[in-house]
Design a protein around this ligand. Structure first.
Ligand code: PLP
Length: 430
């Protein structure tokens, strides 16, 4: 499709957008009385209007039923977390039995490492990507040290080539082969948080299995953003936070995938608690742990119902719309944003370098843009003008036009504001 950098054209694209009605189902912050242009749904998704109702329902049940709410609330609390499995399984391409919601992301990765990082004499290394999200780096390093290894030896980072912005699949596969039977675990972010690069999870998972390693994925930037087929790809485990593309609210609960081949295993190492116990017998308070026959066996504590309520509200919308429709709009709006950036770049002196892969197969909602010659003041100006982006050192803004609630007109408007900001600065400095 031939795009145009005009408001009329953007409005026409919004008219053709089957998801345009969903914008009103989210609450936008305002700057100077105007709804912001929100590019940071990859950091914290907007609040769905329906979230309040789900929270109010829990507050009311707590007031009116108190402890009886565990069993007699309309959405009873003792099995509240089970309401997520089916819907979430559709989002991540899994069987409902393989999905559960609990704790928070880094905590879950630690817990999953208990089951899936089991270093032995020769096989003890973990392969991850260089400059992984800091929490993942701390998590992996502390796990390795916990088992008595030196991170410098036990952690093998896949590197980018000099002068390149993204990882090459052949380098990843090469590294896995090279580490070979010393590799205990491959654990990578499915979508790189900095560049937005989407990894070929199927191929990497297969390569990890070929050398006899477990393969897990941190899907913080992937869940609700890219097409996932965790069961079909034979992934061993995965976890994701829900407050980014999944719009569940700050710090909210994390989703986990555990391949069904690990269910019903008595001998799997796992940290256990009463919420993972056979649910029919949970309240008999028996001494011996009987795991649930599914991913719920990894549950530990009773669920934080108030926190989980907005996640359920959001998930309801994912279920209505479905990932294919979100991905279709995503591809179009990201392509339009890319077009707008190239158009503006022609009109100003500064040069934008989009460091996210150009190839649609290797990217999703996020475009990371290197703003050569610009500084933090441009970012501050954008904020003042009601464009919420995310700034990363040295000079990168990350833009995620979330298909649920961003409009094509937002993209056009953003281009105009950006152009003005750069031209004004050039005028001042000339
Ligand atoms: C956002 C993000 C996290 C955040 O972890 P929490 O435990 O939810 O604070 C971890 N890893 C990656 C890759 C992320 O993008």
């Amino acid at each position: 499709m031939q795009f145009e950098n005009s408001r009329e054209f953007a409005i026409q694209l919004d008219k053709e957008d089957k998801l345009s009605g969903y914008r009103d189902k989210f609450i936008f912050p305002k700057v100077n009385g105007k709804e912001v242009i929100y590019f940071v749904g990859n950091s914290l998704g907007l609040q769905p209007r329906s979230a309040q109702k789900y929270v109010d329902e829990v507050m009311k049940d707590w007031a009116e039923l108190a402890v009886e709410g565990h069993f007699y609330a309309e959405k009873s609390w003792w099995d509240y977390h089970e309401r997520f499995s089916e819907k979430l399984a559709r989002v991540v391409g899994a069987k409902p039995s393989e999905v559960t919601v609990m704790n928070t992301l880094t905590v879950n990765l630690h817990l999953l490492m208990v089951s899936f990082y089991r270093p032995e004499a020769k096989r003890y290394k973990i392969i991850c990507e260089e400059k992984a999200f800091p929490s993942d780096q701390y998590m992996i390093s502390s796990q390795v040290r916990f088992h008595g290894y030196d991170p410098k030896d036990a952690i093998v980072e896949i590197k980018k080539r000099d002068g390149e912005n993204n990882f090459r699949i052949e380098d990843i596969l090469e590294k896995i082969k090279e580490v070979g039977d010393e590799c205990a675990l491959v654990l990578i972010g499915g979508v790189n948080y900095y560049t937005g690069q989407v990894f070929d999870m199927e191929t990497i998972t297969k390569a990890g299995h070929e050398v006899g390693a477990f393969v897990g994925w941190d899907l913080a930037h992937a869940a609700g953003n890219v097409e996932l087929k965790l069961s079909e790809w034979n992934v061993d485990f995965a976890a994701w936070c829900s407050y980014k593309y999944m719009n569940s609210g700050p710090g909210n609960a994390s989703g986990c995938f555990i391949n069904e081949k690990y269910h019903n295993k008595k001998d799997i190492p796992r940290f256990e608690g009463w919420w993972g116990h056979n649910k029919e017998r949970r309240f008999l308070m028996e001494p011996e742990f009987q795991p649930e026959p599914n991913a719920d066996a990894w549950q530990i504590s009773n669920a934080p119902i108030l926190a989980m309520a907005p996640y359920l509200a959001s998930l309801q919308m994912f279920d209505e719309v479905g990932m294919p429709a979100l991905i279709e709009k995503r591809n179009r709006i990201v392509a339009y944003l890319e077009f707008i950036l190239h158009e503006i770049d022609k009109e100003v002196e500064s040069t934008f370098e989009i460091i996210t892969p150009e190839n649609q197969e290797e990217r999703a909602t996020q475009l990371s843009v290197f703003l050569h010659g610009e500084g933090r003041e441009l970012f501050n100006y954008l904020m003042e003008e009601g464009v919420i982006t995310d700034w990363r050192e040295p000079n990168v803004i990350r833009l995620a036009p979330v298909p649920f609630y961003c409009s094509f007109e937002d993209m056009y408007q953003f281009g105009q504001i950006l152009k003005k900001g750069i031209l004004n600065k050039q005028k001042v400095s000339n």
